[in-house]
Design a protein around this ligand. Structure first.
Ligand code: DAH
Length: 355
């Protein structure tokens, strides 16, 4: 029997038996390493008489291919086997009940922001963001509140530099400016976020939350504003009817301007929204002032619309019966555990907001 045939028979039978990874690798090296049996046969080609050389080389190549294919096949088989074994051993039974672990809670303010975003997104508002550190222009001047305007004093601003150019935004209204500067009308956005004023007592915190609303298009009027807020308050408080009143007010960036109160009563120590004859102020709003539109290069003869600013913390306190604003920011774990929400219970309009 020729050398080639001997090698072929020997290794084919070896490769047909059950092998593990290291055994296959050993065979591979026995045959194809620098001094492997097949490698050495190739080295011999030159010394084969010319008349036999061609046939020898053809046979050798055929054997080489056959053995190599078989080795590759074996290696694939072993790999598949290993993967299957791993899958089997590392299987997780998802039907097992969860282990009782202490889980974090969602803060009532975060929950309220999620609820607000969900409600407004249902009627076509998208969510915009702006930075906490603002410049004086976006926070005041562009919003039709020039230097020495009395409205500036009411904001108890935290300035960040001597020249009063940088500040912590005192409201979310500068996001109106940012949004209108970067895009073209129409605009239909809300902008929830943190706001800052130098003020602190039971109902005021130096850091608090607002959500800004802005809807600019060709035919927007006060009726649209009223309809939008009416829908929002009903959805937010999850009631069928509400009492709402618009009181004339003044904001430099809107004309006319109004503050909105909702009617409520206290029954058995609980606040009931939509009944009774007591009123609570929850937001400021109005039709966007033409000067604001001019400042962001929107033509007030073509476009108009409304804006509003709602205090988020106040809404959360009302809805969830929390009576001290300061508790929101004290990081008391027991408080959070009591008033917080399940992280898996994401609020949606169709499934219920706060259940
Ligand atoms: N930025 C006002 C504030 O913080 C609230 C506000 C009032 C926002 C009227 C508005 C608006 O967009 O139209 O007191």
């Amino acid at each position: 029997m020729s050398d080639l045939k001997k090698i072929k028979d020997e290794f084919l039978s070896k490769l047909r038996s059950k092998l593990d990874l290291s055994e296959v690798n050993k065979i591979k090296s026995d045959l194809f390493s620098k001094n492997g049996l097949i490698t050495n046969q190739f080295k011999k080609i030159g010394s084969i008489p010319e008349s036999e050389r061609k046939k020898y080389a053809t046979d050798l190549n055929a054997i080489k291919d056959e053995l190599q294919d078989l080795i590759t096949l074996k290696l694939n088989e072993i790999e598949t086997l290993e993967v299957n074994e791993k899958l089997q051993n590392e299987k997780v039974d998802v039907t097992l009940p969860e282990r009782p672990i202490a889980r974090g809670k969602i803060h009532p303010v975060s929950q309220t922001i999620d609820e607000i975003s969900s409600i407004f997104s249902e009627i076509g508002f998208s969510v915009e963001e702006g930075p906490d550190v603002e410049n004086e222009y976006n926070n005041f001047t562009a919003l039709n509140t020039p230097e020495h305007h009395p409205a500036r004093d009411m904001h108890d601003t935290f300035y960040l530099d001597e020249k009063k150019q940088k500040l912590l935004r005192t409201h979310t209204s500068p996001v109106q400016i940012r949004t209108m500067l970067k895009d073209k009308p129409p605009f239909k956005i809300i902008a929830p976020g943190r706001t800052y004023r130098s003020d602190s007592d039971q109902t005021h915190s130096p850091m608090f939350h607002q959500v800004e609303g802005l809807h600019i298009d060709k035919n927007i009027n006060m009726g649209d504003l009223k309809g939008c807020l009416n829908y929002f308050i009903k959805e937010f408080f999850e009631v069928d009817k509400i009492k709402m009143r618009f009181r004339p007010s003044h904001f430099p960036f809107t004309e006319p301007s109004a503050e909105v109160d909702i009617g409520y009563k206290i029954k058995d120590g609980k606040i009931i929204i939509g009944e009774g004859d007591q009123w609570l102020e929850i937001l400021g709003c109005g039709m966007v002032h033409p000067n604001v539109l001019k400042n962001v290069k929107v033509d007030p003869n073509k476009f108009q619309g409304y804006a509003f600013g709602i205090g988020i913390d106040r809404l959360a306190m009302l809805k969830y019966g929390i009576n001290d604003l300061r508790a929101f920011f004290e990081c008391d774990y027991r408080w959070l555990n009591h008033f917080g929400f399940d992280p898996l219970d994401v609020p949606t309009n169709y499934r219920g907001l706060s259940r």
